[in-house]
Design a protein. Structure first.
Lengths: 337, 329, 345
């Protein structure tokens, strides 16, 4: 049984020009100790998905439909009290900005001890000892001193290490990390990512890594989802998607990377830009930007504009694309005359 | 470029943010889509405040045409009809719906004329404050360094005198040296200058803080890279983007200026009784409260309270709507 | 125009030369905050951020010189100093052989038309109170006051078309556009005065991957069509590899390595360059051996003595801690490293 099972998640925002659907029919699951990447550009809904998992969606947003089952319990029906016991304890979160987690007016030690004592019945000195052990695990130099320092006295990389230490403090089953290294420099980012990966492996913690960086996803995660305009459009083992993307958007995203084109030549761009959530195109949301929304003879491909593409299996991956589905049908017809 | 452009739209995150927080739009044609208009449309209290305020301003502005009598015209005053009560009290006279004062002047007319004087001084003083404060604030914020230090210390010095103290000193000096008659004929202008000078630092500080924030944005760098002179960058690029806080602070300042003027007049340092403002009306009726003619002081007092209250309520609402922290761009 | 012949036109010389550039920012606020009593005496205590510590660079005509480094390495300060947005504490900046640092704003005007800048944040670089055509007309009107209205408008249409923004959108405000479209408009503004040299400070790092490709393509097209020279500031090495003619690697306000792009990516020499290259998250599994760096970038307030990189360098020795390495030529590459010089890299 998977650790986390999300089904048909639908998150909406009630805005003044009407309701906007930020997530549409998002489903995925995560096994214990598995690392899942959620990839997409800004506005794809990946952060909304992370926030929904932790019940952090606040007004005007709300979960309209869908279920989130964590360790066989339905999270969408949790009371605020149950959430307080779960959040930080069994599921913890790492934000892009460490200062979202750290309180600027408390020392690192005070925050860690408070967090421990809120969930466990232990003495302050025990809590301090545990905090020290965690700080050592995230390879912070001279951890005793750090406990008495304030967040602003530390560098950005150091702060993110402390946030990771806090996230691991209560031995959670799942960590949701929303762009944890985007604000950091390349060399620091590499260190932090390596650390997070190692700790998740060692403690058998599940990780949901939300990022726009395909490189990071390919190095850290085992499976990935690609999101576009609030929908999952492709999911499967990370290696397979990176090496052989099926959905035209995923293909475009990977091909647009500068390293995919010889130096000096024009990059493979995807035309247009991500639609605003208030004006999502009909049918497949990607069709206005898609090269395959037309048949080779120039006529529009049936379905792309009119119908939301259903998921089809392609190897170990699942893809929501009319073109892929139609190609498969053709293959089938050829195979069974 | 061969690329076909989709209809322009902010990226969804941004769009959500803008929709949730209110877009910053400046032109009239965008006003209807603006958060300001949206929030106004939904808030009955604010609509009511604006309606009352507009009615009061219009009534005061057109006082010479609306008022049944001209309180300045001595020929229209009949001492026999003095201290008549307002219409809901026994013994009232239908010619004077709000009663008359001790000299037999029509209260409604004096209040309309008085509100006119109060509003002229309020707006005039705020215009002067804004002029000095905005220029100094822009210079201090944009040029920084010594100009900034000098202007801001000047503001500190100015703020260390209270408005009343400045007014008392200046008013006393002018009255003593030029006599009461000269003082009376220039009283409005003098009060505008006194209240205007006393409160410009409020503007200067607000504008400076906004300029410091705007100065760090890249559109200002872009203007500098073009080579535009500082004056043009300050007034054409930064100032239009600093209008929201100026607008918000103006409402509060108008209310403050009206109150300052009323306080001065009440103390006998503002408008003379021949040209009464709301403050001097309150003062002139004050002696008759004991004798039972409460309306002479309470009616102008009520008008003053309502006027200041609606302005402050509008100001509060504007501050909430235009809260710069909500923009995030 | 009288201003024009003030600018030399030696075609072979580098377009832009930076020599011994230093910039420090004072951290202490006012004079009063700086004064401290120490040992019975009044001492003026000033703290500085050393953003650039002696940078030498040449930008050659027609190339795209990329400056890479991590945050705080001074790359943006170099860009802003070149554009005269901040004045250097020491050193010279020459454009076509003429010194442009410390020029009066009026004397700088002829250079303003030749040098333009593209900024990082497309959400902040357009004045929210101006329409797109106002934004684009302003530089043209300012630099060509003699142009009649029609000519200005034609020029605006030309640059808008060049960046792929439909000219009839000119009446709209910046906030009505997406990030990528705003960056196109910012590029159009830079192109409006027909510059020959463009400083681009992280122009794509605020954009999404698919939009980054669009903007990079646009910049490469513009370079080809308009014969532009770029000084391109970025932290993204993948972009550098694709876009740059030559690469300058900076660390803590100093230049570590200057090399032609292909050479730098094939054989990085400076230990910091190696670490930087190995830290890029690659799509493929079989990547480069990671060079792990210990510690973090020191603050530029108190610079370490000797080589600024010695604290994190895996091959630093006593000399590195003592003596500041100078840029030295090794083939096509300039490297500032004792270890490379001594052959122990």
């Amino acid at each position: 049984m998977p650790l986390l099972e999300v089904e048909g998640l639908d998150v909406r925002f009630a805005l003044r020009q009407g309701e906007v659907q930020a997530l549409r029919d998002v489903s995925f699951s995560l096994e214990r100790g598995e690392r899942l990447g959620i990839v997409g550009e800004s506005g794809a809904g990946k952060s909304v998905a992370a926030f929904a998992l932790l019940n952090l969606i606040s007004r005007p947003g709300f979960i309209h439909a869908g279920s989130i089952r964590f360790d066989n319990e339905e999270l969408t029906r949790y009371s605020e009290r149950q959430w307080r016991r779960t959040r930080g304890n069994r599921i913890s979160m790492i934000f892009q900005d460490p200062m979202m987690t750290l309180n600027p007016v408390l020392t690192i030690g005070a925050q860690m001890i408070e967090c421990l004592r809120a969930h466990r019945r232990i003495s302050t000195s025990e809590a301090r000892k545990l905090s020290l052990a965690r700080l050592r695990q995230v390879q912070i130099p001279s951890p005793e001193q750090r406990l008495d320092q304030y967040p602003h006295e530390l560098s950005g990389g150091m702060r993110q290490r402390i946030v990771i230490a806090i996230a691991l403090l209560l031995d959670p089953d799942l960590i949701v990390a929303d762009e944890p290294t985007t604000a950091l420099d390349v060399t620091i980012q590499a260190e932090i990512m390596a650390l997070l990966l190692e700790l998740c492996e060692r403690h058998n913690v599940g990780l949901i890594l939300i990022t726009h960086d395909l490189g990071v996803v390919s190095q850290v995660t085992q499976r990935m989802l690609v999101m576009y305009a609030g929908r999952v459009i492709e999911s499967g083992p990370t290696r397979e998607i990176i090496n052989d993307p099926q959905h035209p958007y995923t293909q475009g995203l990977i091909n647009a990377l500068p390293q995919m084109t010889p130096p000096g030549q024009r990059l493979n761009q995807i035309r247009g830009s991500m639609p605003s959530l208030a004006h999502i195109p009909s049918g497949c949301a990607f069709h206005p930007r898609c090269d395959f929304a037309q048949l080779p003879d120039g006529s529009p491909r049936p379905g792309c504009r009119a119908q939301v593409p259903p998921f089809v299996d392609s190897g170990n991956c699942r893809v929501a694309c009319h073109m892929v589905r139609q190609m498969q049908q053709l293959d089938l017809e050829e195979a069974t005359p | 470029m061969s690329e076909s452009n989709p209809p322009p739209s902010a990226t969804p995150d941004k769009a959500l943010e803008q929709v949730a927080a209110g877009e910053r739009v400046s032109r009239l044609k965008l006003l209807r889509e603006s958060y300001l208009y949206y929030s106004f449309k939904r808030d009955i209290g604010v609509q009511l405040c604006l309606l009352i305020f507009a009615l009061m301003v219009l009534a005061a502005l057109f006082a010479p045409w609306i008022a049944p009598n001209d309180p300045y015209d001595l020929t229209q005053i009949d001492i026999m009809s003095s201290e008549l009560p307002p219409f809901w009290v026994d013994g009232s006279d239908p010619r004077f719906p709000l009663g008359t004062d001790a000299q037999g002047r029509d209260m409604l007319s004096t209040i309309l004329y008085g509100a006119r004087v109060s509003l002229i001084i309020g707006f005039g003083a705020v215009a002067l404050q804004a002029l000095i404060g905005v220029v100094f604030g822009l210079l201090a914020g944009y040029l920084g360094g010594r100009v900034d230090a000098l202007l801001m210390r000047l503001a500190d010095v100015q703020l260390s005198f209270s408005t009343l103290m400045v007014a008392i000193i200046v008013g006393a000096i002018v009255q003593a040296s030029f006599g009461r008659a000269t003082y009376s004929s220039y009283a409005v202008a003098l009060l505008v200058v006194i209240i205007g000078l006393a409160e410009w630092p409020q503007y200067a500080r607000t504008v400076r803080a906004t300029v410091l924030a705007e100065k760090g944005k890249e559109y200002v760098d872009a203007a500098r890279v073009i080579g535009l002179p500082s004056r043009r960058i300050m007034f054409r690029h930064i100032l239009p983007n600093a209008m929201s806080p100026i607008f918000v602070i103006s409402t509060v300042q108008i209310a403050n200026a009206i109150i300052s003027e009323a306080a001065l007049s009440f103390l006998g340092l503002g408008m003379p009784e021949t040209q009464p403002s709301l403050g001097s009306l309150i003062r002139s009726g004050f002696d008759y409260i004991q004798s039972g003619s409460w309306w002479i002081t309470l009616l102008p007092g009520a008008v003053l309270v309502v006027l200041v209250l609606v302005i402050n309520l509008l100001g509060d609402w504007l501050r909430d709507v235009m809260n710069p922290r909500l923009y995030k761009n | 125009m009288s201003a024009n012949h003030a600018i030399a036109t030696d075609e072979a010389a580098p377009l832009l030369e930076i020599k011994g550039l230093r910039k420090r920012f004072s951290l202490s606020a006012g004079l009063l905050d700086q004064l401290r009593f120490r040992g019975g005496r009044l001492v003026r205590n000033r703290k500085y951020v050393h953003a650039i510590n002696g940078v030498d660079l040449e930008v050659l005509r027609g190339e795209a010189l990329c400056v890479v480094g991590e945050s705080g390495c001074g790359k943006s300060t170099v860009a802003r100093t070149v554009m005269g947005l901040i004045s250097p504490s020491e050193g010279e900046i020459r454009y076509r052989g003429e010194r442009i640092d410390g020029l009066a704003p009026r004397a700088l005007l002829p250079y303003r038309r030749r040098m333009q800048m593209i900024f990082q944040n497309p959400y902040a670089s357009l004045n929210p109170r101006m329409t797109i055509s106002q934004t684009l007309q302003e530089p043209i009107r300012f630099h060509h006051p003699d142009w009649e209205r029609r000519r200005v408008e034609e020029k605006v249409v030309e640059v808008m078309e060049a960046v792929g923004i439909a000219p009839d959108w000119g009446k709209r405000f910046g906030h009505e556009f997406s990030g990528g479209q705003r960056q196109r408009i910012a590029i159009a503004r830079a192109l409006a005065v027909d510059p020959e040299f463009i400083v681009a400070d992280e122009p794509i790092s605020a954009l999404d991957v698919s939009i980054q490709a669009q903007v990079l393509n646009l910049m490469m097209d513009a370079q080809r069509e308009r014969d532009l020279t770029y000084l391109f500031i970025t932290h993204d090495l993948a972009v550098v590899e694709h876009f740059g003619t030559r690469v300058v690697v900076m660390y803590l306000g100093t230049v570590c390595e200057v090399a032609p792009t292909a050479a730098l990516f094939a054989t990085p020499r400076h230990p910091y360059t190696r670490a930087l290259l190995s830290a890029i998250p690659r799509l493929s599994d079989h990547g480069v051996e990671r060079v792990r760096l210990s510690g973090e970038v020191p603050t530029p307030v108190e610079l370490p003595p000797g080589c600024v990189f010695h604290g994190r360098c895996p091959i630093a020795n006593e000399r590195c801690r003592r003596e500041i390495p100078q840029l030295a030529r090794h083939g096509d590459t300039l490297i500032a490293c004792h270890a490379v010089e001594e052959g122990r890299d």
